[in-house]
Write a protein that binds this ligand. Structure first.
Ligand code: SF4
Length: 64
């Protein structure tokens, strides 16, 4: 099974929660979320999910 991570820069308010828990998956550039690993490997998936859950504005969607 693969995982795909998508983030909406329109929704992102730069809270940074996602980056705090998964800095290998997410980054903030000029106040916008950037997905560094759009198809994260197995070992990064739990962090990717956590980052999505902690986003206060639900800017991250995960398709599995
Ligand atoms: S947690 Fe949500 S609002 Fe905050 S930087 Fe990440 S995507 Fe943007």
């Amino acid at each position: 099974m693969s995982m795909r991570v998508e983030a909406s820069i329109e929704r992102c308010q730069a809270y940074g929660n996602c980056v705090e828990v998964a800095e290998d998956v997410y980054d903030l550039v000029n106040g916008n979320v950037v997905v560094l690993l759009e198809e994260p490997p197995e070992e990064a998936r739990e962090r990717a999910r956590l980052g999505a859950r902690l986003c206060p504005v639900s800017a991250i969607s995960i398709v599995e």
